[in-house]
Design a protein around this ligand. Structure first.
Ligand SMILES: [Zn+2]
Length: 480
């Protein structure tokens, strides 16, 4: 029995695992812990998501590259903060055949070090800057916490990582803002609501000056990190001696940034929009955007199929991904059930009455609402309904996040909200690290950081923990 949406505060994981398996999005039965497989249907969703981010990066001056998966140990160790944090999580290649390797090779946990090693050779002059690249690759992390399909993996298969180099800190800052804008557009495309927060010092990326993160809220009231943007300053360029020649003839270290998104974005897409019937996909990532289901009766079969084919051709001619389900050993009811599970945005039913009235019956996957559309107007109406559906999905998801965000200046209340998995707490904080860590202990949740997308005047407010003057507000939540 799959838990209905109203039970998701505690049963979301069961629903998620069940739906990704039955809808054939992701297969998590492979006999290595923390790795999974994209079967054909999931792969199509994944590719559609990738093409959105690729377009956004291509349009903003990033160029695609492909770096090796293997990073020699001495290179991975060059930036000391970086390796300190990743040391426990690295998978090592230590043997080649029967021979022990002299130099251990890491499976990339992320690619900053590999890229810096090459930038040392590539970047020479101020005219080489800015330098913007990205790649979509797998990364490996030996997760010791309980692994979870798509969310906590040892092999992340779809890491979209961008890396940039600049002449000044101001340019790097500007790039951080550009990256934030790119990610906002990306998540808006997928109708995924987000919170943008500057991570506290103790939770920034290893080797970064600061980290800005995108989190979303999953139906179980836990925040899921879905994207990060790091300003690395000169930390990596100093360690790797990546310098450029300034116009005045002196050399300076470059300033770098990096930002990435993993397959968690697809987990968010599924979790945030799904319902008791299965997936609900916005049309731009749906492998099939419209499914046509004939409802033939004896003597009307020919007319019904003829109209089905006419509609199929009309919608294909405007570039939609349409499928005609003409299986004759499956009832229309079973077909409805099957395509709802798969999250196909629109279903068009065509029976003898539709033929007689020159109409079709369109059913929206998100609201299950039925709309009658005239056959003559199908090319204009269907794209409109798809766009309406996507706008409604975005609006509903954003509203849900807002309704699950609570401002409080009372510690007990904060503890209660987090404990009951009601969502995100926003509360004043003094800015002191020890105080922050004891907030996390007390509420048994994590500080997501200072909101960058929220205007709160903290004048006169007191820290929720120590009662000193507040410097900022912070978001706190249970997290994945
Ligand atoms: Zn405090």
């Amino acid at each position: 029995m799959i838990p209905p949406r109203e039970k998701w505060s505690t049963k979301f994981n069961e629903w998620f695992r069940d739906v990704i398996a039955r809808a054939e999005v992701y297969d998590y039965r492979y006999p290595v812990k923390g790795v999974g497989i994209w079967p054909p249907y999931g792969m199509k969703i994944r590719n559609n998501v990738i093409s959105i981010i690729k377009k956004l990066l291509d349009e903003t001056g990033h160029e695609e590259v492909l770096f090796p998966m293997l990073i020699p140990e001495d290179i991975l160790r060059k930036e000391s903060e970086h390796i300190r944090k990743f040391e426990e999580e690295v998978f090592w290649v230590t043997y080649g055949g029967k021979r022990k390797l002299e130099r251990r090779l890491a499976l990339r946990p992320t690619s900053e070090t590999a890229i810096m090693e090459m930038w040392k050779l590539w970047i020479k002059d101020h005219t080489d800057l800015p330098f913007r690249i990205y790649q979509i690759v797998n990364i490996f992390r030996y997760e010791t916490k309980a692994t979870q399909p798509m969310i906590r993996l040892r092999e992340v298969t779809t890491f979209k990582e961008a890396h940039t180099a600049h002449a000044t800190m101001e340019d790097a800052e500007k790039q951080v803002r550009t990256a934030i804008e790119i990610y906002k557009k990306f998540f808006d495309e997928l109708c995924i609501p987000y919170m943008i927060s500057r991570r506290p010092e103790w939770d920034k990326f290893a080797g970064a000056v600061y980290t800005i993160a995108f989190d979303t809220l999953m139906p179980d009231g836990r925040a899921l990190q879905i994207g990060t943007v790091h300003n690395l300053g000169q930390n990596f360029s100093r360690a790797f001696e990546v310098t450029y020649l300034k116009p005045d003839g002196t050399h300076e270290y470059v300033y770098t940034t990096s930002y990435g998104i993993s397959e968690r974005v697809i987990a968010a897409l599924i979790g945030i929009h799904g319902d008791d019937h299965g997936l609900v996909l916005p049309y731009n990532v749906a492998p099939i955007q419209v499914v046509i289901v004939p409802i033939p009766y004896k003597e009307s079969e020919e007319e019904v199929f003829s109209l089905c084919n006419k509609v199929l051709e009309a919608l294909r001619s405007i570039g939609l991904r349409v499928h005609l389900d003409d299986r004759d050993d499956v009832t229309p009811g079973e077909k409805f059930y099957y395509w709802e599970l798969k999250g196909v945005p629109l279903r068009i039913e065509i029976g003898p009455r539709d033929v007689a009235q020159k109409c079709v019956t369109v059913s929206r996957r998100d609201t299950l609402e039925r709309i009658i559309v005239k056959v003559d107007e199908i090319k204009e109406e269907i794209p409109k309904i798809l766009e309406d559906m996507r706008n409604d999905m975005r609006r509903r998801a954003r509203k849900w996040l807002e309704e699950h965000t609570f401002f409080t200046q009372n510690l007990e209340e904060a503890v209660k909200i987090i404990e009951d998995r009601r969502g995100v707490v926003v509360t004043p904080w003094c800015g002191n690290t020890d105080c922050g860590l004891s907030i996390e202990d007390n509420v048994n949740g994590r500080i997501l950081g200072t909101p960058l997308d929220m205007d709160v005047d903290v004048k006169g407010m007191k820290c929720i923990m120590c009662n000193k003057d507040a410097k900022t507000v912070i978001r706190i939540s249970k997290t994945y």
